[in-house]
Design a protein around this ligand. Structure first.
Ligand SMILES: NC(=O)c1ccc[n+]([C@@H]2O[C@H](COP(=O)([O-])OP(=O)(O)OC[C@H]3O[C@@H](n4cnc5c(N)ncnc54)[C@H](O)[C@@H]3O)[C@@H](O)[C@H]2O)c1
Length: 448
């Protein structure tokens, strides 16, 4: 992404026409909660709680100017009335049935949008059970090789755009967590990857097939799960070649959200950490998938990296050298989507005296994830219209494992992430960056 190529202010393309939201995993808990929620909000029956694009404000200029517009009035975002939805799932149930099955929303919220949800049925998925061992749906595509499957996905997308008069699209992976994959040589360059697609290489996951279809069509791709997917040089190269923005990975909700709120606070006060033990019980389909050790490994990597990057033990050995960090997830069906996460945090203060923090977060996974899906779709569409391409690090705010340039480390601190996001919006609209310096208010000749 070259700075001078980014379109700013008036030159950002206007969000006119319909925006297609394409979702692999559209029959899942997050997707159905997101789509039903958008429709309820459009009907005036619900509020977009948790969504920065809908409720958040942004301060502009000096504090005495009192300029604090809503983000959606400041940057040209698509209107939620212009969103139309399509997607794929390995189960063919329409979204009304899928939403009932997910047991996230009550009937009070599902029935008023029954017809809308029932009008959306998943398209047959690109699926390979080797990558999600605990699921086995039969609503799937067949093709001689990966390339044929990509072409079939592209045809689905073109048909959808034609039928719904869609002017532009975003694809967001809300499918299950795939098994842990390491980068191998087929992932290292676009040419090797393209060859591997023709050869049906087993190191190419279904999520990569969806991502390739999107990027080849110039459609921005977001990865909501911890899968490797677009986080490989080959697809980063494709995104850059086709001038498409990409972002990922793994929505930051629940326990990791709490971790990235609390850990920066402990570090800011120079309090030490002896150990951080995190455990969860979860009973939805996501919990079932994560019950497989290979899918859990992908999630574990994503969850574990957070603390090291925030606490920087290499810079603060007295405080953070050798702290013990453990994360577990246990599948426990009675809880469904209402995950309970416990954290036992052993810290120490002045002269090394120990203290303990306990957190019991009785959360609702998909209720926390749905607003992130909405924000990401709207911000990625903005990025595309502003001609931003490649990794969108300014959207790290939303992810457990933010994608980043090779020679940079990821930023995990939620508050730095928010500042980065808002300063990017200010940059796009040619407003002054806000550093929170503040001393200038107290210098001679200052206005107040
Ligand atoms: N809910 C959260 O707070 C949260 C947070 C971070 C990440 N995530 C991730 O988001 C994803 C969705 O979560 P969820 O709770 O909705 O899970 P879910 O199991 O309810 O939904 C996933 C859906 O993906 C479908 N699927 C699997 N493989 C597919 C494929 N190849 N093509 C199309 N569809 C496929 C499944 O059939 C299922 O309907 C998971 O990967 C999860 O780890 C969720």
């Amino acid at each position: 992404m070259k700075r001078e190529e980014i379109r700013r202010k008036e030159s950002i393309e206007k969000p006119s026409g319909k925006l297609g939201v394409l979702i692999p995993g559209i029959g899942g808990a997050v997707s159905t909660t997101f789509i039903a929620g958008v429709e309820l909000i459009r009907k005036g029956i619900g509020e977009p709680i948790g969504s920065l694009t809908q409720l958040g404000t942004i301060r502009l200029g000096k504090r005495y100017e009192h300029r604090v517009p809503l983000i959606k009035d400041f940057v040209p975002l698509a209107d939620i009335n212009d969103l139309v939805f399509a997607g794929w799932d390995i189960y063919g149930a329409n979204l009304y049935e899928a939403a009932l099955n997910a047991k996230v929303l009550t009937k009070d919220h599902i029935e008023p949008v029954k017809h809308f949800l029932a009008s959306i049925s998943p398209m047959p998925a690109v699926f390979d059970q080797r990558f999600v061992k605990n699921l086995n749906g039969n609503h799937v595509k067949h093709g001689a090789n990966h390339r044929e499957l990509i072409d079939a996905l592209k045809e689905d997308i073109s048909d959808f755009c034609r039928q719904h008069d869609v002017s532009r699209c975003i694809m967001i992976w809300c499918g299950s967590t795939e098994v842990y994959l390491k980068q191998e040589e087929v992932h290292q360059s676009l040419s090797a990857f393209m060859e591997a697609l023709e050869n049906n290489d087993s190191r190419i996951a279904p999520s990569m097939i969806y991502a390739t279809a999107a990027l080849e069509m110039g459609i921005p791709f977001i990865n909501g799960a911890p899968n490797l997917t677009i986080d490989i040089p080959a697809l980063i190269e494709l995104a850059s070649k086709n001038n498409v923005p990409i972002a990922g990975k793994d929505f930051k909700t629940g326990q990791t959200l709490m971790k990235t709120i609390i850990a920066p606070g402990l570090k800011a006060r120079m309090l030490g950490l002896e150990g951080w033990y995190s455990t969860n019980i979860l009973g939805n389909r996501d919990g079932l998938v994560l019950d497989d050790k290979d899918s859990f490994r992908t999630k574990e990597e994503s969850k574990l990296s957070v603390l090291d990057y925030i606490l920087q033990p290499q810079l603060y050995p007295t405080l953070y050298k050798n702290y013990y960090h453990k994360v577990t997830i246990n599948y426990y069906p009675p809880r469904g989507d209402n995950k309970e996460g416990w954290d036992c945090i052993d810290i120490f203060g002045w002269l090394g005296y120990p203290m303990h923090i306990k957190i019991d977060f009785e959360c609702r996974d998909s209720i926390l994830a749905a607003p992130l899906v909405l924000d990401l779709v709207l911000f990625m569409d903005l990025a595309k219209r502003a001609n931003m391409s490649g990794i969108q690090e300014w959207l790290s705010f939303y992810f457990k494992s933010p994608m980043h340039k090779e020679n940079l480390y990821p930023e995990h601190d939620l508050f730095i992430q928010l500042m980065k996001l808002k300063n990017t919006l200010r940059y796009l609209m040619e407003e002054e960056q806000i550093t929170h310096f503040g001393l200038d208010y107290y210098m001679n000749n200052s206005k107040s």
